[in-house]
Design a protein around this ligand. Structure first.
Ligand code: ADP
Length: 169
């Protein structure tokens, strides 16, 4: 059984085996969680991302997929980069958001990670409504078959915290 809990805080300060990054498909950095992870984790993470772009992911990491790098100077061993879908009311992209969580846990299992911190993927610049994102994220992690012992959803603000805590009650 995987323990799932919401935590209010900054994902770059979590002492866990793996931190999930809400990356963009370029893997070359961005704002929000991505910016914070690269700033605090240092240049080693970006160097590995560039190497991935030069090898396996020449066209970038597709939406819904996940890939790991070092966590550099973060208090974690790995960063698992995943690309959330951009929200649009014109098309149901829920399956891609679910896939981010499933694929991140699959990569965590490959690494042997036992504790994993997730941000609220897609709820920042990608515009996904919080309540719906929380429902999909929590539902997908609950249904996943994984050896990960603890999933921590790390929420930056009170509204996001309440949305995830509500799904976990
Ligand atoms: P996306 O592009 O997938 O929407 P963002 O990084 O823009 O990703 O935002 C995802 C969520 O992470 C937002 O709810 C945002 O408030 C939150 N967030 C931003 N910085 C941090 C941080 N350092 N730790 C945890 N959550 C963060």
């Amino acid at each position: 059984m995987t323990r799932i809990r919401p935590v209010r805080g900054d994902i770059t300060e979590q002492t866990v085996d793996a931190v999930v990054n809400a990356a963009n498909s370029s893997l070359l950095g961005g704002g929000g969680v991505d910016g914070a992870i690269h700033r605090r984790g240092g240049p080693e993470i970006l160097a590995e991302c560039r190497a991935l772009r030069a090898s396996r992911y020449g066209r970038g990491l597709p939406t819904g997929r996940a890939v790991a790098t070092t966590a550099g100077r973060l208090p974690a061993r790995w960063v698992i980069h995943t690309v959330g879908p951009v929200f649009t009311p014109d098309e149901d992209r829920s399956e891609l958001l679910a896939s981010c969580h499933r694929e991140s846990l699959r990569v965590a299992d490959e690494l042997g990670a036992r504790t994993v911190a997730f941000p609220a993927v897609s709820t920042g610049v990608y515009g996904w409504p919080l309540e719906d994102a929380a429902r999909i994220a929590v539902g997908t992690v609950r249904a996943a078959r994984t050896a990960v012992e603890e999933v921590r959803f790390v929420l930056f603000d009170e509204r996001a915290y309440q949305a995830f805590a509500g799904q976990l009650r």
